[in-house]
Design a protein. Sequence first.
Length: 95
Amino acid sequence: MYVKDYMQAVIMTVSPNDMLSTARHIMDDLFIRHLPVLHEGRLVGLLSDRDIRQAAPANHGSHIAHASYDAFHGLHVSDVMNSAGLHGIPRDCLA
């Protein structure tokens, strides 16, 4: 089992300067839980639905799916993304 067996050739990405609400909207529309974060064509981080849940105001708690996009007003992807991401290449083994 290799990375290439599970990877997608075309992926949606965001920039560290993108608004968090925009990234969340993309994730909701595409039914995905992670977005690579690119700056000038280089991978600089990964944004996950967990990162977004943790950034939600306390009163939204675990009900982030129902939270207004306005809850993230003023936050950028760079404010909550994980920049200590792992990477792999298509011929890497998953096991």
